[in-house]
Design a binder for this molecule. Structure first.
Ligand code: MRU
Length: 356
């Protein structure tokens, strides 16, 4: 998608380095950063220079390739793989991508390991782009149906950033929106700010602006009253891990939005590529929920009058803060899952019909 009218993907390999768009600098500065070693890749995932379930999967895949630039021994790569998987615990795409890489490299001659790893990492990224495009084609039908009844702008609420910046391209939750815009359907997006890191305000609103999609940032607590007033036609969010029973783990605050949507009969859809499905964990209590540094709550970042990014303390200095990064939305509150293969019920039966 576009930034300043130039087409980008979020990650690519060029001149022996992996290039990423540093998301910790957005929306104030657009910086393309080089990842030269696997340590750089692990750090980029940990500090969220790259983020979003599919993109951390793609970065981890390239991380294995960067490790193979240093050493092609399979046992060495296995240790790196474990380290990469530990870098962020909740999004299953990371573990999925690393496992796929290691499976591909098993038994490969050491002089072919690097090329095979680079090819597979690109393949994982290309596939994600294609899957996200298909999510858009499938999800477009939902927006179209609402528009055909309403004959007026479709108001869509989204949480966090499940846009193209969280994937390789297109995004998951935003892909149906981009496809609707291309078809000439008027849309307007309510963008949840998404405290504490403000991925909605900093990233979703930014990328929608760059694509000229009308959007309004709202505080995370505003969605409820907008739904009561009939000002939300549809919610679409992404997910970091969806269980085979349809329970959805996503950015903290998603659950509360789903409850409000349920109470107000607003359709609540979750968009995901199949790499986000966890077929193994059966009970959502067993999903590892990342707890991040409380400084993400107590401090906020912005630009000062000299265009410098500054971080300031906003809480009483003695107060404790707690920062759980994800929550679980039970399947019963999910109207449907929008996947690359079609839309299904958030249930084992629904998912099995599409994927098994
Ligand atoms: O902590 P983040 O910013 O990595 O969390 C991202 C989300 O929760 C997204 O909604 C999710 O990864 C889906 S991305 C297409």
């Amino acid at each position: 998608m576009k930034i300043q009218n130039k087409e980008y993907r979020t990650i690519w390999y060029e001149d022996d380095v992996v290039k990423i768009i540093d998301q910790t600098k957005l929306p104030h500065q657009f910086v393309v950063k080089n990842l030269k070693t696997v340590k750089d890749a692990i750090n980029a995932i940990k500090v969220m220079e790259v983020r979003g379930a599919p993109l951390i999967g793609g970065t981890a895949a390239y991380g294995i390739a960067l490790a193979a630039q240093e050493n092609t021994d399979y046992e060495f790569l296995k240790k790196i793989a474990e380290e990469l998987i530990r870098s962020r615990p909740t999004a299953i795409n990371l573990q999925w991508a690393v496992n796929r890489m290691m499976k591909k490299l098993l038994g490969i001659n050491s002089n072919k390991i690097l090329n095979t790893a680079l090819k597979e990492a690109k393949e994982i990224c290309d596939e994600d782009e294609k899957f996200c495009e298909n999510i858009g084609i499938n999800g477009l039908k939902i927006i179209e149906e609402i528009y055909n009844k309403k004959k007026d702008t479709v108001n869509i609420l989204t949480h966090c950033n499940a846009g193209w910046l969280a994937t390789i391209n297109w995004g998951t939750a935003t892909s149906p929106i981009y496809h609707a815009q291309k078809k000439g359907i008027p849309v307007h997006i309510w963008v949840d700010e998404t405290r504490p890191r403000n991925q909605g305000a900093n990233l979703t609103s930014y990328e929608l602006n760059e694509e000229e999609i009308p959007n309004t940032i709202i505080a995370d607590n505003t969605g409820g009253i907008l739904m009561q007033r009939g000002e939300v036609d549809l919610c679409i969010v992404g997910t970091d891990r969806t269980l085979s029973n349809g329970d959805v783990c996503n950015k903290i605050g998603t659950y509360l939005k789903a409850l409000a949507a349920y109470d107000n009969n607003v359709p609540f859809y979750v968009a995901l590529p199949s790499s986000t499905i966890d077929w193994d964990i059966k009970d959502s209590k067993n999903i590892p929920i990342e707890e991040r540094n409380s400084e993400e709550l107590s401090h906020v970042e912005g630009i000062d009058e000299n265009n410098e990014i500054k971080k300031v303390l906003i809480y009483p200095s003695k107060s404790k803060a707690m920062n759980l990064a994800f929550d679980i939305t039970p399947a019963k509150y999910v109207t449907g899952l929008i996947t690359e293969k079609g839309i299904c019920e958030a249930s084992l039966e629904g998912l099995k019909n599409l994927f098994k």
